[in-house]
Design a protein around this ligand. Structure first.
Ligand SMILES: [Zn+2]
Ligand SMILES: [Zn+2]
Length: 91
Protein backbone atom coordinates (compact mmCIF):
# COMPACT_ATOMS: atom_id res chain seq x y z
CA UNK A 1 0.00 0.00 0.00
CA UNK A 2 1.34 3.41 -0.92
CA UNK A 3 0.59 6.77 0.63
CA UNK A 4 -1.21 8.27 -2.28
CA UNK A 5 -3.88 10.70 -1.18
CA UNK A 6 -5.91 13.39 -2.80
CA UNK A 7 -7.79 16.58 -2.11
CA UNK A 8 -9.73 16.60 -5.32
CA UNK A 9 -13.44 16.05 -5.65
CA UNK A 10 -15.06 12.66 -5.85
CA UNK A 11 -16.34 12.24 -9.34
CA UNK A 12 -18.06 15.16 -10.95
CA UNK A 13 -18.21 18.42 -9.08
CA UNK A 14 -20.01 21.48 -10.21
CA UNK A 15 -19.44 25.10 -9.45
CA UNK A 16 -21.52 28.02 -10.50
CA UNK A 17 -19.98 28.37 -13.95
CA UNK A 18 -17.84 25.34 -14.50
CA UNK A 19 -17.77 21.63 -13.99
CA UNK A 20 -14.81 19.47 -13.06
CA UNK A 21 -14.25 15.78 -12.75
CA UNK A 22 -11.55 13.97 -10.84
CA UNK A 23 -9.30 12.24 -13.36
CA UNK A 24 -5.99 10.49 -13.18
CA UNK A 25 -3.13 11.18 -15.56
CA UNK A 26 -1.27 7.93 -16.13
CA UNK A 27 1.73 9.82 -17.46
CA UNK A 28 2.22 12.34 -14.64
CA UNK A 29 0.76 10.00 -12.00
CA UNK A 30 -1.42 12.71 -10.55
CA UNK A 31 -5.06 12.78 -9.64
CA UNK A 32 -6.57 16.13 -10.38
CA UNK A 33 -9.81 17.96 -10.83
CA UNK A 34 -9.94 18.35 -14.56
CA UNK A 35 -12.04 21.12 -16.03
CA UNK A 36 -14.57 19.36 -18.27
CA UNK A 37 -17.06 22.03 -19.20
CA UNK A 38 -18.62 25.44 -18.72
CA UNK A 39 -22.00 26.88 -18.08
CA UNK A 40 -21.53 30.19 -19.88
CA UNK A 41 -24.93 31.62 -19.12
CA UNK A 42 -27.99 30.59 -17.32
CA UNK A 43 -31.29 30.66 -19.09
CA UNK A 44 -34.47 29.59 -17.46
CA UNK A 45 -35.29 26.01 -18.30
CA UNK A 46 -32.02 25.46 -20.15
CA UNK A 47 -28.90 23.81 -19.04
CA UNK A 48 -26.29 25.20 -21.35
CA UNK A 49 -23.41 22.92 -20.72
CA UNK A 50 -20.45 23.45 -23.02
CA UNK A 51 -17.89 20.67 -22.89
CA UNK A 52 -14.24 21.66 -23.15
CA UNK A 53 -11.18 19.58 -24.01
CA UNK A 54 -9.90 17.76 -20.95
CA UNK A 55 -6.28 18.66 -20.48
CA UNK A 56 -3.76 17.69 -17.85
CA UNK A 57 -2.01 20.93 -17.00
CA UNK A 58 1.25 19.20 -16.33
CA UNK A 59 1.79 17.32 -19.59
CA UNK A 60 -0.55 19.62 -21.53
CA UNK A 61 -2.47 16.84 -23.20
CA UNK A 62 -5.60 14.90 -22.41
CA UNK A 63 -4.23 11.70 -23.90
CA UNK A 64 -3.31 10.08 -20.62
CA UNK A 65 -6.32 11.09 -18.59
CA UNK A 66 -8.40 8.25 -17.26
CA UNK A 67 -11.55 8.25 -15.23
CA UNK A 68 -11.22 7.55 -11.54
CA UNK A 69 -13.65 5.33 -9.64
CA UNK A 70 -13.43 7.74 -6.63
CA UNK A 71 -12.29 5.06 -4.21
CA UNK A 72 -9.29 3.04 -5.23
CA UNK A 73 -5.79 4.42 -5.42
CA UNK A 74 -5.17 5.18 -9.08
CA UNK A 75 -1.47 4.68 -8.57
CA UNK A 76 -1.29 1.12 -7.20
CA UNK A 77 -4.94 0.09 -6.96
CA UNK A 78 -5.16 -0.26 -3.18
CA UNK A 79 -8.66 0.05 -1.90
CA UNK A 80 -10.01 3.16 -0.20
CA UNK A 81 -7.24 5.64 -0.31
CA UNK A 82 -7.07 8.58 2.06
CA UNK A 83 -9.26 11.41 1.05
CA UNK A 84 -8.85 14.89 2.39
CA UNK A 85 -11.60 17.40 2.37
CA UNK A 86 -11.81 19.19 -0.92
CA UNK A 87 -10.96 22.86 -0.82
CA UNK A 88 -11.66 23.94 -4.33
CA UNK A 89 -12.05 27.65 -4.75
CA UNK A 90 -14.76 28.41 -7.23
CA UNK A 91 -14.77 31.73 -9.05
ZN1 LIG B 1 -1.81 3.25 -3.60
ZN1 LIG C 1 -0.35 14.63 -17.27
Amino acid sequence: MCHFETTCSKGIDRGFRLQVEAMYCTKCKVLKDIHIGNFPKYEFGKNQFEPVDRICKKCETGEYLTQWNTMDCPSCGHFRMKHRRSDILWD
